[in-house]
Design a protein around this ligand. Structure first.
Ligand SMILES: *[C@@H]1O[C@H](CO)[C@@H](O)[C@H](O)[C@H]1NC(C)=O
Ligand SMILES: *[C@@H]1O[C@H](CO)[C@@H](O)[C@H](O)[C@H]1NC(C)=O
Ligand SMILES: *[C@@H]1O[C@H](CO)[C@@H](O)[C@H](O)[C@H]1NC(C)=O
Length: 140
């Protein structure tokens, strides 16, 4: 069963009201810059990228986290930490998986669902789990 992840409740920064969607073209070079930036702060294994038209954000799935970047300036607007809980990690280790590489929540799917939610799935320490992410509508 899918749970709900909310940007508001799990978010560790101040919540920012987002600007209406501006058309933006992202070059590969810009994306590489973003990846380099995240690598430098110790985030690894980005696997998913998706653009949510309704809030003008680029969502990036990584290891135990989802980032939302502004498409106009590529600045970090939001992040959700979505970690596999300790007991799932323990079970994963008991199954002989590695606590260094396997027993984390790797975001594997991230896609727009409807105008208010995105849908995401993660490996969740070898017990895959999906959730909805509440996105903010652009201010009217
Ligand atoms: C995560 O990234 C590291 C370094 O690039 C790689 O060795 C590892 O296989 C990746 N793990 C997963 C589960 O994608
Ligand atoms: C992972 O397992 C090794 C050996 O079992 C242990 O020494 C290490 O502290 C563990 N690391 C973490 C992050 O739990
Ligand atoms: C989008 O889907 C979620 C999850 O099913 C639901 O709770 C929400 O009401 C839906 N939003 C709209 C605008 O239909």
């Amino acid at each position: 069963m899918a749970g709900i992840l909310t940007l508001k409740s799990l978010f560790s920064f101040c919540f920012l009201l987002l600007h209406p969607f501006n058309v933006a073209f992202l070059s590969l070079a810009e994306l590489k810059d973003v990846m380099r930036h995240f690598s430098s702060v110790g985030v690894s294994n980005y696997t998913t990228l998706t653009l949510a038209d309704s809030d003008g954000l680029l969502y990036i799935g990584a290891r135990e986290a989802i980032f939302a970047l502004s498409t106009s300036n590529m600045e970090l607007q939001d992040m959700i930490l979505w970690e596999a809980p300790a007991e799932k990690k323990t079970e994963c280790i008991q199954k002989g998986k590695s606590n260094q590489t396997d027993c984390f929540n790797y975001i594997r799917l991230l896609q727009p669902y409807n105008s208010s939610h995105m849908y995401t799935c993660g490996t969740y320490a070898f017990q895959p789990k999906c959730a909805y992410i509440v996105i903010m509508p652009p201010p009217s």
